[in-house]
Ligand binder design. Structure first.
Ligand SMILES: [Zn+2]
Length: 321
């Protein structure tokens, strides 16, 4: 039995990590057969509620990113032309979404969500964003479904708020090329990317730590790479905050990934990252990152592994398979 009177028993949601979400994430209308699985955010939200996550843990009122916030990372002429819809057609094609006002407001909300997730992680030790991981966006151009780089904006915002050392640990199957280039000369923000060597982008940038994995890489090799990289980076840099891109396009069934990681492998990876930070008392903000399958139920089941890892790390009850 759980009481509600203050000072008697802990309320049931006390230990749940904050989960950041907004209904606009999946509300963008895309042309039919567009390869981006825009419906996955809502599907994930609904699956978490169905798995027994208390609705109060889902935070839907994060402030959207402001122009000032974006300008910590992005060139103002890029911000303005993208927001006003005057960016040239070639640059829009490189992003991969047709321009609309809603595309912009959704993107600002999503960047704001990652910033909020980082702030909540500093307060609660762990926070997760049901979006984010737009790591291909550079200071002056977007790329690969990424308009603004939420991880970079969140890192800069947190650095401005006094967080001295931040590690961006990017396990999406695609290299975090935008993030790497943005922080090339920022010693307080360490970029690390574990990615498929033959995957997009063809031209890789130099992160502080890069590990290019061979095509068809399977669980054992992959998990060893994740564990050794993370241990090394946490020991060497002793970050005050970790931003984790938990992309699931490493999965064997992914349409865009070239690796052969099982669902159990995804859970093992996410559990290792979350538990390593927990054991060292380092705040961790996670974003769901990439994941591309036409079957949204199958894709959602893989993205859910991050949340399962988070709940398991705090011994919280859930029904995530
Ligand atoms: Zn990706």
């Amino acid at each position: 039995m759980v009481g509600t009177e203050k000072g008697i028993l802990m309320p049931p949601c006390q230990n749940w990590p904050p989960l950041v979400y907004h209904p606009c994430y999946s509300a963008l209308e895309l042309p039919e057969r567009h390869r981006y699985p825009i419906g996955k955010y809502r599907a994930l939200y609904q699956a978490l509620l169905a798995a027994g996550v208390p609705v109060e843990t889902l935070i839907t009122d994060s402030p959207p990113a402001t122009r000032e916030m974006l300008a910590l990372v992005h060139q103002t002429d890029y911000i303005d032309s993208l927001c006003q819809g005057t960016l040239d057609a070639k640059s829009m094609r490189r992003i991969g979404f047709p321009w609309s006002e809603f595309l912009i407001s959704r993107s600002l909300q999503s960047v704001g969500g990652t910033v909020h997730t980082a702030q909540l992680a500093m307060q609660h030790g762990l926070a997760l964003h049901l979006s984010g991981g737009y790591h291909h966006a550079f200071a002056g151009e977007g790329s690969g479904f990424c308009l603004f780089n939420d991880l970079a904006v969140a890192a800069m915002q947190m650095q401005q708020q006094g967080v001295e050392k931040i590690l961006i640990f990017d396990c999406d199957v695609h290299q975090g090329d935008g993030t790497a280039l943005i922080f090339q000369h920022n010693p307080g923000i360490i970029t690390a990317s574990l990615h498929g060597e033959k995957n997009f982008p063809a031209r890789k940038q130099q992160s502080d730590w890069d590990l290019g994995l061979a095509t068809a890489c399977a669980d054992d090799t992959y998990l060893e790479a994740v564990q050794q990289s993370l241990d090394y980076l946490l020991n060497l840099h002793q970050p005050d905050l970790v931003l984790y891109d938990a992309g699931v396009d490493i999965h064997q069934n992914d349409d865009l990934g070239l690796l052969h990681i099982s669902t159990a492998g995804v859970l093992a990876r996410d559990s290792y990252v979350i538990n390593s930070c927990r054991d060292r008392h380092i705040p961790l903000a996670a974003v769901i990152g990439g994941g591309y399958q036409r079957d949204l139920t199958a894709l959602t089941a893989i993205h859910l592994q991050l949340f399962k890892a988070a709940f398991n790390s705090r011994q919280l009850p859930h029904q995530i398979p």
